[in-house]
Each structure stands twice: as structure tokens, then as C-alpha cells.
Design a protein around this ligand. Structure first.
Ligand SMILES: C[S@@+](CC[C@H](N)C(=O)[O-])C[C@H]1O[C@@H](n2cnc3c(N)ncnc32)[C@H](O)[C@@H]1O
Length: 209
């Protein structure tokens, strides 16, 4: 990893995604989580303070080593056991049907093979488990979506693999989940190419296409 990816980008990401507005979004998403939880793309651990006390333990997967001291401090402050696994979500080292909840925030944009990762997430969830996601993605507005397509190659360079134009709801459904809830909205004060949000809850009983 170069200096930008290992030093500058993680700090930028932690600062931007750690803003007050995002704390509110994270807290709201995670309010219903309980039991044994998996988080994919843990990043710098910004979700940790927002998990409710009903969590019994958290397993995280994250291929990069981002701001390890900051992550260690956040993990040490968690009121439940946190187990960090340094790997990508496309191959999860867990048995089938293990987790009560799986979480992805601002990560499906970046995972190189999100379809494979989501199939893995579905595999490791209990049949009655739930997948909660909070992601930015492709706009329903064709003129914005065209700009997302145009700027996507540049975004992948400046934001270390992030795609602007992924249709998050389609990816979730194609992996065999059934959407129980989907809110699409635009974040204020963020350029629309990066502020078209998908927040949702999915259960495991969909039909893979
Ligand atoms: C924009 S950051 C979001 C971090 C964190 N989820 C948050 O909400 O602050 C995207 C994260 O996805 C991680 N990532 C990249 N490839 C991945 C993969 N194959 N599996 C899981 N996470 C991955 C990146 O390292 C990065 O931490």
C-alpha cells in the first residue's frame, strides 16, 4: 500500500464518515441489531459506539490495516467482545448459519466482488438472521447516474476502490436476500454523485437470480 492509501486516505475517510450526520445514520441503522453480529468492511471502527447493548459479540472482516492504534482504542472501549479478522468479505471463515445480524456501512461500494461477498454474508447468517446496510450508490436520476458513470474511474483512484454507481438494492436481491425495508434518499450538503443513499434491512429468504 502506498502512502496515500495507508496514511492519507484512512484519515480522510475517518474524518468524513465520522461526521455527526453519519453518527446519527449509523445509530439509527444499528438500533435493532442483537446477538452475534458480523460487520464487513470494518474500516476504522466508526460503528462501534453505535451498537446497542443487546450485542453479545462482534466479528469484523476488513482486508486493510487502517489506523491500527485508533482501531485498537475503539475496540478496547467496546462493551462486548470484538474479534477482528484481516480479510475480505468474499471468503468468510465462518460456518453456515452462525450470525444473528450482518452489517455493511459504506462498504458495498468498495468490495471488489460485492456479489460474492453478499452470497457469503447470506450463507453465514442464521435462516432468521437479518442483513442491515447503509450505503451510497447509483442514482435513480438518469442525469446524475450518467455523471456517476463518467466519474467512477477517477473515484476508484481517489477513494481507494470506491464505486459511485453500484445499484445496492439489486446487488442485495441478486444474492438471494429479500428486502424487508429500503429507504432511498439524498444526503444534504454532499454532491449528489456520492450522496444517493440506500438504507435497508434484508432477510435470507429471497431467490438468488
Ligand atoms: C469507505 S470505507 C467504510 C468503512 C466502514 N465500513 C465505515 O462505515 O466507516 C470502505 C471499507 O471497505 C473495505 N474493503 C475493501 N475491500 C473489502 C473486501 N473485499 N471485503 C471487506 N471490506 C473491504 C475497505 O478497506 C474500507 O475499510
Amino acid at each position: 500500500m502506498g502512502l496515500y492509501a495507508s496514511f492519507i486516505f484512512p484519515r480522510l475517510m475517518d474524518w468524513i464518515l465520522g461526521g455527526e450526520r453519519f453518527h446519527t445514520e449509523r445509530r439509527r441503522l444499528l438500533a435493532s441489531a442483537h446477538g452475534l453480529v458480523l460487520e464487513i468492511g470494518f474500516g476504522t471502527g466508526l460503528n462501534l459506539p453505535h451498537y446497542p447493548p443487546s450485542i453479545t459479540a462482534l466479528h469484523t472482516v476488513e482486508p486493510a490495516s487502517l489506523l491500527p492504534d485508533r482501531v485498537a482504542r475503539r475496540v478496547a472501549g467496546a462493551p462486548f467482545p470484538v474479534h477482528l479478522h484481516q480479510l475480505g468479505a468474499e471468503g468468510l471463515p465462518f460456518d453456515d448459519g452462525l450470525f444473528d445480524y450482518a452489517i455493511s456501512t459504506f462498504t458495498l461500494c468498495t468490495i471488489p466482488d460485492p456479489a460474492k461477498a453478499l452470497r457469503e454474508v447470506r450463507r453465514v447468517l442464521k435462516p432468521e438472521g437479518r442483513f442491515l446496510f447503509l450505503e451510497h450508490g447509483r442514482s435513480d436520476d438518469p442525469s446524475i447516474a450518467r455523471w456517476q458513470d463518467r466519474l467512477n474511474p477517477m473515484q476508484q483512484v481517489v477513494a481507494c476502490g470506491c464505486h459511485l454507481n453500484r445499484r445496492i438494492d439489486h446487488l442485495v436481491v441478486q444474492a438471494g436476500f429479500r428486502l424487508e425495508q429500503l429507504d432511498q434518499y439524498t444526503l444534504p450538503s454532499i454532491p449528489r454523485i456520492g450522496g444517493e443513499m440506500y438504507r435497508g434491512q434484508a432477510c435470507t429468504t429471497g431467490i438468488p437470480t
